[in-house]
Design a protein around this ligand. Structure first.
Ligand code: MOS
Length: 695
């Protein structure tokens, strides 16, 4: 595949909807207010397992303005979904604390809230188990893991190779449950009319919401329209429709009025997914020169009793380093917990914390510089599939990062740099993320006035998707961005894949380029088109299905400098540098934001984020931003992201790899490795809290 001509791809075009956003004209889901609107406030289960025997709604219904209390006895029936999370208010069962058991609908938000709080629920409570343990008897081997990857992999004889290895690392790492907290909580405005259902929804994928809601309400997809013009972040939590959007649609149907429902921040800690906690064992065997002979990475995770979701924690280990003997596994246990789901780089983020921490431990055990150790174990081809890499520039990232960061004269001795009462250290770790592409459709139209309109049901969740698609379309049409209008965020547009898996630009861009090429072809064959306009469409299903078998991944190297207070154990990240090789960068301005956003989330993972499960209570206790800490501006000091030029012709017409997730991968390991270098204390359990350093 050759990549297309480019004039605007690669330039720092300002966000095309920037003015709309800063002037408040850009409307998010919750800001839509159809006539006859009413408000819904969801009610959550207060037990971790059991049944709702009855709900006394009398008091609620006497509150002025209250229209209905909907629960499983009176809720509209839904068709059984594949994902039982979507079976909202369909049965008496409670599978986890916080699951939706009712919704109050009223003329005002205040009345709906009062009604929700006034319900008296009679539960039949059952003993619950919400504790992930490495020796849990319920652990089992799932059929496959997220994104369809095989559960386990094995090559050679890893146990014998470990046994024979002169240098070994064998360590357990753990990562806590973490919750997505996009700025904009999940929100839906649902309206039924003669044509069916219209949803203004905060989602990463309008087409998927349409398909799912149509199936639940047993309607043709054409009778559902999902509009998501602007979305204030998602990180995966809005990747697939979950209970809230279903509840909004169901409530609107029940009361025959448009319903507005926003998920309160505290409810997001139960109903919108989270990153599973993990317990990971990594074993590395190497010769005295640090050449790996064995890699074993085994992960343990949790899911809920109603939906199996298994994060692909050890999958990135399959492609990272050369070693003849290897094993990766995933085991999961069903607990009475909320259902985990996607959170930025599911799999890669926690998995690479463990692997890249272990690589640092190996570097120390071998007495080899950690940059050099990684370079030494660079594979020629994908170590497990044997497929060639479409391009792989991890070494270039490591070298460039080492140069820019000033790594070369680093004294590896831990705990050796004391400045005042602060121990200073530096660390490095590798990043990776797959370069996926998923089928999508698009249309391109030459308008009678000579301008172009490109349509695709893509979503811009704050990444700059609308802007980069405008650049891509402008180049494909051989015109300038100001002559192109890109319409996205509406399921009525040609169907497209979701904004997830770092594959938006690659997937949508391919469809946009093909539609634009088809339009140019049509224009060149026709005469005067100005009076009627001309349109062309594209569907990339065949093109993507026919792509050659190659191992396609982005890579990166992250460097961190930390300061650890000797007296308090408080850790500050003083400096972070990420160097990435992610194919062609379409827009350096929005790309930099993606990279440093991911790295900031990685810093947050390293030092702060942790959802605390209480065994007796049966749920996560810290359920707001006062108690669940995310990195804020004051936590981020000197952070920079750069990239190495990568010209990979095997990806897509733009030559892009996707950048939404790789920034979070490896960050926590780089910081933990820097903390070790600063203090001589190896923290294998995230987050790196001061009490763990003082212990
Ligand atoms: Mo991302 S976790 O693929 O939305």
């Amino acid at each position: 595949m050759t990549t297309t001509a480019r004039k605007y791809v690669g330039t720092a075009l300002d966000r095309v909807e920037g003015m709309e956003k800063v002037t408040g004209r850009a409307r998010y889901a919750y800001e839509h207010s159809p006539d006859e609107l009413v408000y819904a406030v969801p009610v959550q289960a207060a037990i971790a397992r059991g049944e709702v025997r009855a709900i006394d709604v009398q008091a609620a219904l006497t509150i002025p303005g209250v229209i209905a209390i909907i629960w499983h006895r009176n809720a509209p029936r839904l068709a059984p979904p594949d994902n039982a999370e979507l079976s909202v208010l369909q049965s008496a069962r409670v599978a986890y604390r916080g699951q939706y058991i009712a919704v109050a609908v009223a003329e005002t938000l205040q009345a709906a809230g009062d009604a929700a709080r006034s319900l008296s629920v009679d539960y039949a409570s059952e003993p619950h188990d919400t504790e992930l343990r490495a020796d849990h008897p319920g652990l089992y081997r799932p059929e496959k893991v997220n994104a369809g990857y095989p559960t386990d992999s094995e090559h050679g004889d890893p146990d014998a190779a470990m046994e024979a290895a002169p240098i070994r690392v064998d360590a357990i790492y753990s990562t806590p449950a973490e919750h997505n907290n996009p700025m904009e909580p999940h929100a839906t405005v649902a309206r039924w009319d003669a044509d069916g259902l219209t949803l203004y929804d905060s989602t990463q994928g309008a087409s998927a919401v349409r398909a799912t809601l149509a199936a639940l309400f047993a309607m043709p997809p054409a009778n559902v329209r999902v509009i998501a013009s602007h979305v204030g972040g998602g990180f995966g939590s809005k990747g697939l429709p979950l209970a809230p959007v279903v509840l909004a649609a169901l409530a609107a149907k029940h009361v025959s009025r448009p319903v507005k429902l926003a998920v309160p921040r505290q409810q997001m800690f139960a109903v919108t997914g989270y990153r599973t906690p993990t317990i990971q064992r990594v074993r590395l065997g190497a010769d005295a020169d640090g050449r790996l002979t064995a890699i074993v990475h085994e992960a343990i995770e949790q899911c809920s009793t109603i939906r199996e979701f298994v994060e692909q924690t050890t999958v990135p280990t399959r492609i990272m380093y050369a070693a003849a003997n290897r094993r990766t596994t995933h085991r999961v246990v069903r607990l009475d917990v909320p259902t985990p789901s996607w959170m930025r780089a599911p799999g890669e983020a926690p998995g690479m914390f463990a692997l890249e921490s272990a690589m640092d431990e190996l570097a120390i055990a071998c007495g080899i510089d950690p940059v050099e150790l990684r370079v030494r174990n660079e594979p020629d081809a994908d170590p497990e599939s044997g497929e060639p890499f479409s391009s792989r520039n991890l070494v270039a990232c490591l070298r460039e990062g080492a140069r820019r960061f000033g790594w070369t004269d680093r004294d590896p001795t831990p705990g050796a740099r004391l400045v005042g009462r602060t121990l200073i250290g530096t660390g490095v770790a590798a990043s990776t993320y797959p370069a996926y592409r998923s089928p999508s459709q698009a249309s391109a139209r030459l308008e009678p006035d000579g301008r172009y309109t490109v349509r695709i049901a893509a979503t811009d969740i704050g990444t700059g998707a609308r802007t980069v698609l405008t650049q891509i379309a402008a180049d494909a049409l051989r015109t300038s961005p100001d002559r192109v209008t890109v319409e996205i965020g509406d399921s009525a547009l040609p169907p497209a894949t979701l904004a997830g898996g770092s594959m938006g630009t690659a997937s949508w861009g391919t469809a946009v380029v093909r539609a634009c090429e088809a339009l140019r072809e049509r224009v060149s064959r026709s005469g005067d088109v100005r009076s009627t306009g001309l349109e062309a469409t594209a569907d990339t299903k065949e093109e993507i299905g026919a792509q050659e078998r190659l191992s396609r991944h982005a890579f990166g190297a992250q460097f961190a400098e930390v300061g650890v207070d000797v007296d308090t154990g408080e850790t500050r990240v003083l400096r972070m540098l990420g160097v990435f090789a992610a194919g062609r960068i379409v827009n350096p301005k929005t790309a930099r934001s993606q990279f440093i956003g991911g790295m900031t989330m990685g810093l947050s993972t390293a030092l702060f984020e942790e959802s605390l499960m209480d065994r007796e209570f049966g749920d996560y206790l810290n359920r707001d931003l006062a108690q669940y800490h995310v990195a804020a501006c004051a936590d981020v000091r000197d952070i920079e992201a750069v990239w190495v030029e990568e010209d990979d012709p095997h990806l897509n017409p733009m030559g892009t790899k996707g950048i939404g997730e790789i920034g979070i991968v490896g960050t926590a390991a780089a910081i933990a490795n820097a903390v070790y270098h600063a203090t001589g204390i190896r923290i294998r359990d995230l987050p790196i809290r001061l009490d763990k350093l003082l212990r």
